[in-house]
Design a protein around this ligand. Structure first.
Ligand SMILES: Nc1ncnc2c1ncn2[C@@H]1O[C@H](COP(=O)(O)OP(=O)(O)OP(=O)(O)O)[C@@H](O)[C@H]1O
Ligand SMILES: [Mg+2]
Length: 262
């Protein structure tokens, strides 16, 4: 039986946070959101509402231009540089074509100057966690299918054992069956490693299937329109997707998204 740890303490705190990319471009306005340690939330919203920008803020890649943002009491930029900080996964796997799978996965460890002696065990643990076979570890990205490349990107993100995992539409380019399979694997990994996870998607059933809470954003300027608690227990499997409770919640979120998009 898999157990999900529940920790009520907020790890990521945004309070009335704004982001401008220039004097005339207010991208995010008045974002107030607490994400608990180990929580899994998804962000849904129309294209251009600022979902990726919100991930970039939490990743410490851009600074808020107003309001507050703290992660474990530090600025996001400072938290990014702490050990076991943040990992970000994009829609494109962004693997280096001249490095094989194992060496792609080891890259973040090299960049953060983890001693070579410690790297191998971390890379092997990450390969195993993501279900990559030893014979795949020596292959180059161009020899892999899209699904396999995404697994490698996930393994690379997890190799540093991040306490925050940010995913920006990671499975959008995959077929539906593969997406569902990777959703289930992502939940298994989340349960095992318990990173605080923020997952961006345009797929409503994916958001509901994965998350404890779904945040629906509205645009111009980007803001939070509604937050929905997802009441289903973990572990979640494909039987949940077939249930009427699941379909009803997906319908409700879809209605909210329609309201917030108009
Ligand atoms: N570096 C930048 N400079 C100026 N404007 C930007 C920059 N990055 C994003 N924007 C603008 O900020 C807004 C939000 O963009 P963002 O990429 O965060 O949206 P999104 O919700 O992730 O969209 P999508 O669903 O299409 O990925 C858009 O209007 C975009 O044009
Ligand atoms: Mg985006």
């Amino acid at each position: 039986m898999l157990l999900v740890r529940y920790n009520p303490i907020a790890m990521i705190t945004l309070h009335d946070t704004n982001l401008r990319y220039g004097p005339a471009t207010l991208v995010l306005e008045g974002i107030t959101l607490d994400v608990r340690q180990g929580e899994f939330i998804s962000l849904l919203g129309p294209s251009g509402c600022g979902k990726s920008s919100l991930l970039r803020l939490i990743a410490g890649l851009v600074d808020p231009t107003g309001g507050e943002l703290s992660i474990e009491g530090q600025t996001a930029r400072r938290f990014r540089h702490s050990s076991n900080g943040v990992s970000l996964v994009f829609q494109e796997p962004r693997l280096l074509p001249w490095r094989n799978v194992r060496r792609n996965i080891s890259l973040p460890l090299e960049l953060s100057k983890v001693p070579a002696a410690d790297r191998q065990a971390l890379v092997e643990a990450s390969l195993k966690l993501i279900g990559l076979r030893p014979e795949d570890a020596g292959k180059y990205p161009q020899m892999l299918s899209g699904g396999m490349r995404m697994r490698v990107a996930l393994a690379r993100a997890l190799v540093t054992r991040p306490s925050i995992l940010l995913l920006d539409e990671p499975f959008a380019a995959l077929d539906e069956l593969l997406r569902q399979q990777l959703n289930e694997e992502l939940l298994r990994i989340w349960n095992e490693r318990t990173p605080t996870t923020v997952f961006v998607t345009h797929n409503i059933s994916e958001a509901v299937f994965l998350s404890q809470r779904v945040v629906v954003m509205a645009s111009r300027p980007g803001r939070i329109g509604a937050t929905i608690e997802v009441p289903f227990d973990y572990p979640r499997s494909s039987t949940l997707r077939a249930s009427s409770e699941f379909a009803i919640l997906v319908g409700q979120v879809s209605d909210l998204l329609r309201v917030e998009s108009t």
